[in-house]
Design a protein around this ligand. Structure first.
Ligand code: AOF
Ligand code: ZN
Length: 354
């Protein structure tokens, strides 16, 4: 039975996501080469920033079998000399006859590969694939807005509480869920929390029991600089940034291994936009996780900066109205469910914010 486009593009997408945590700030890209018998002759993906692009890895895997083949590639082949050479030219040189492109490249420096291929006798088909765009969303968002992709992550009880009564087990999500969070921490560029969370929980905000493909910057949003001097985030183990408001006295922190960023105010809270721009410009950030607390989530909601919600819901119930609850705020977010799966006793949901 002949294969259809979507099968090969599906394969290319599966390859692309293997680059998560390794390729950023570059996009995740996958490529599948198929001959006229609908047989795959080579596959590849962009494995690491600065190294070969997806098409080059696929062409190398196919060798001479690439001649006459169709390339299914999740992103438009590049047309520039960056850290590596232009993929469009490499596809032409290898004798590729047709290129099916999942998504156009919005990076003006690299774009134009589709047109270049077409003017050099290669059949080019753009399929404008929604799933390719989902994989590329953080890259596309960063190029369009200058902000990193913001993932708001929290663990809640079945009735929406993110806080537990004093004296009770403080863990809401199960160990498996916490493991997932650490794995994702090892693939993102920053972990952001509000000062309330640091004061209440004294978190480490590091990657533990999981591979750190990159070391996320710790970011504390602390308007009045009330960070306790014995906080674990001051241990110098990984780079740490304190984002604060105007007129704070930093002298007491002179000897601590942290950087500072002053933020202006907007509507009575810190304006988080200059923080996000700073994370892109200074730290080349593509993905950041915000891990609470509720006040910071509220500011992110009000400033419309969230791109994704990643919610772990346990089976526990609390029913104590004095504790922090996310139900109302979550309901106000205009988002669509992208993925829902169990993890131990928890339910893990990913929502894309519209
Ligand atoms: C492709 N295939 O697999 C990727 C592309 O500095 P460079 O040479 O690595 O180029 C990075 C830019 O190339 C990146 O911003 C994006 O526009 C494009 N990425 N293009 O043909 C790939 N990763
Ligand atoms: Zn390329």
């Amino acid at each position: 039975m002949p294969k259809i486009i979507s099968d090969f593009m599906l394969h290319a997408r599966e390859l692309a996501v293997r680059g998560h945590g390794f390729v950023e700030p570059n996009p995740m890209v996958g490529c599948v080469l198929v001959n006229d018998q609908n047989k795959i002759v080579g596959t590849g993906y962009h494995e690491k920033c600065g190294e070969a692009h997806a098409e080059i890895n696929a062409l190398n895997a196919a060798g001479p079998l690439a001649k006459g083949a169709t390339a299914y590639v999740t992103l438009e082949p590049c047309n520039h000399q960056g850290k590596t050479g232009p993929c469009a030219q490499a596809l032409i040189d290898a004798g590729i006859s047709k290129v099916v492109i999942g998504c156009a490249d919005p990076n003006l420096e690299a774009a134009g590969g589709g047109t270049y291929l077409a003017t050099n006798g290669v059949e080019v088909v753009y399929i404008d694939d929604e799933l390719c765009k989902t994989i590329l969303a953080p890259f596309l968002h960063r190029i369009r807005t200058g902000f990193p992709w913001v993932i708001c992550k929290w663990a809640q009880t079945a009735d929406g509480y993110i806080e537990t009564p004093e004296g009770e087990d403080p863990w809401i999500s199960c160990e498996g869920s916490q493991q997932l969070v650490h794995e994702e921490r090892g693939r993102v560029d920053a972990i952001i929390v509000g000062i309330g969370t640091v004061v209440a929980d004294n978190p480490s905000l590091t990657v533990r029991n999981a591979e750190a493909h990159r070391t996320p910057l710790r970011v504390i949003v602390d308007p009045t600089l009330r960070l306790p001097h014995n906080s674990t985030v001051l241990d110098g183990e990984v780079p740490t940034l304190i984002a604060h408001g105007k007129n704070v006295d930093k002298t007491a922190f002179t000897n601590y291994p942290v950087s500072f960023l002053e933020l202006p105010e907007v509507d009575g809270s810190l304006d988080l936009r200059p923080l996000l721009t700073h994370l892109v410009n200074k730290y080349d950030a593509t993905n950041v996780i915000v891990e609470g607390g509720k006040t910071l989530f509220e500011h992110i909601f009000n400033q419309q900066l969230a791109n994704e919600l990643w919610i772990f819901t346990s089976q526990r119930t609390i029913g104590n109205e004095n504790l922090k609850n996310m139900t109302q705020l979550f309901n106000a977010w205009d988002c669509i469910l992208e993925n829902k799966q169990p993890c131990g006793n928890d339910l893990v949901c990913r929502y894309h914010v519209k």
